[in-house]
Ligand binder design. Structure first.
Ligand SMILES: Nc1ccn([C@@H]2O[C@H](COP(=O)(O)O)[C@@H](O)[C@H]2O)c(=O)n1
Length: 272
C-alpha cells in the first residue's frame, strides 16, 4: 500500500494561524516539516481518511487528483475531520471527467451530515454507507473494519483497520487509549503499519483518554511488540500533533527514534 500523509496536525493546525505562542512562532520561522495541516491520509490514491476544509489545498500542494478517490472513510464529524460541503466540488456540473461515485463511509452522525450536504446528489457522484463497529466491508480491493475509538463520548468515533494486497494498516486517530473491545479485536491480528494519534507530549499518563500522548504511544508500541501485533517489519507512524505540545518535528523524531517509531509530516509518502 502507498500511504500519503496529507495532513498531520490537531484541529487548530500547526502553527495555529491565530496563535503567537512560542511553538507557533518557532514553527513559522522554521517552516518545512513544522507546517502541519489537518489530519488526513490517502491510500493508493483511491481511499482517503477524513475530509477537512484543508483537503483542497493539500491536494493542490501535493499534486493529487481527488477525483480518483473511490472511498472516503470518516472517523468522526469534528470539523477538522469532516467538512462535507466542500465535496460539492465533485458533483455534476462542478466537476467533469468523474466516472465513479465517491462512497462516503462513517457513523450515523457522519451519514446525517453527509446527506444534509450532499443527499440530493446521491447516485453517480456520491453514495453513502453507514459503518457499524467491527463489521467488515469491501471497499474496492480493500477490506475495511471500523473499530471503536475513545474520543468524543457524544459520538461513535471510529478507527479503521484496512487489509489490502496482503498488507494491513491501522488508521488510529482521533483516539485516546483504545477501548477494551478494540484491544480484544486487535489481539492476534498482524499490523504492517499503524498510524496513531500523538496529539500531546509526555505527561506521565499512559492510558490517556480522548487523545493519545507520547507516553500512550510508547505503551501501545510496547503492547503491540509484546503481543506480536506489530511484526518485525511493522511500523508505527505518529501524527495529529498540537502546538500546545511545544515540540518541533525534530524533537518528536529524537523522542521516538530509539523505539523505531516514525514521525509523520505533511506530504510524506511511504509504502507498507
Ligand atoms: N482545553 C483544551 C483546549 C485545547 N485543546 C487542544 O485541542 C486540540 C485537540 O483536539 P482536537 O480533537 O480538536 O484536535 C489540541 O490542539 C489541544 O491542545 C485541548 O485539548 N483542551
Amino acid at each position: 500500500m502507498k500511504i500519503h500523509f496529507l495532513g498531520t496536525a490537531a484541529s487548530e493546525g500547526f502553527p495555529n494561524v491565530f496563535c503567537s505562542c512560542e511553538a507557533c512562532l518557532t514553527a513559522r520561522k522554521l517552516g518545512g516539516k513544522n507546517i502541519r495541516t489537518r489530519a488526513s491520509v490517502i491510500v493508493d490514491d483511491t481511499l482517503k481518511f477524513d475530509y477537512s476544509a484543508d483537503s483542497q489545498m493539500q491536494a493542490l500542494r501535493d499534486g493529487i487528483d481527488l477525483g480518483r478517490i473511490e472511498h472516503l472513510l470518516v472517523t468522526h464529524t469534528h470539523y477538522d475531520h469532516f467538512y462535507p460541503g466542500d465535496l460539492t466540488s465533485r458533483i455534476e456540473g462542478f466537476a467533469h471527467g468523474i466516472e465513479h461515485p465517491l462512497w462516503i463511509h462513517g457513523n450515523d452522525l457522519v451519514m446525517y451530515h453527509a446527506r444534509q450536504a450532499l443527499g440530493k446528489f446521491e447516485g453517480d457522484r456520491v453514495r453513502f454507507n453507514r459503518m457499524k463497529p467491527f463489521q467488515r466491508i469491501a471497499a474496492g480491493s480493500a477490506w475495511v473494519t471500523p473499530l471503536h475509538a475513545d474520543h468524543d463520548p457524544m459520538e461513535t468515533c471510529l478507527l479503521y483497520f484496512v487489509e489490502k494486497d496482503g498488507k494491513t494498516l491501522l488508521y488510529g486517530n482521533d483516539t485516546g487509549w483504545f477501548p477494551e473491545d478494540t484491544w480484544a479485536w486487535l489481539k492476534g491480528k498482524k499490523i504492517d503499519m499503524a498510524i496513531l494519534d500523538c496529539t500531546h507530549e509526555k505527561t506521565g499518563i499512559k492510558q490517556k483518554n480522548y487523545h493519545m500522548n507520547a507516553d500512550t504511544i510508547l505503551e501501545v508500541h510496547d503492547i503491540f511488540v509484546k503481543e506480536q501485533i506489530l511484526g518485525e517489519a511493522g511500523r508505527i507512524y505518529v501524527t495529529h500533533f498540537t502546538h500546545n505540545s511545544t515540540l518541533m518535528h525534530e524533537d518528536w523524531e529524537s523522542m521516538f527514534e530509539p523505539y523505531g517509531i516514525c514521525v509523520a509530516y505533511d506530504g510524506l509518502t511511504v509504502h507498507c
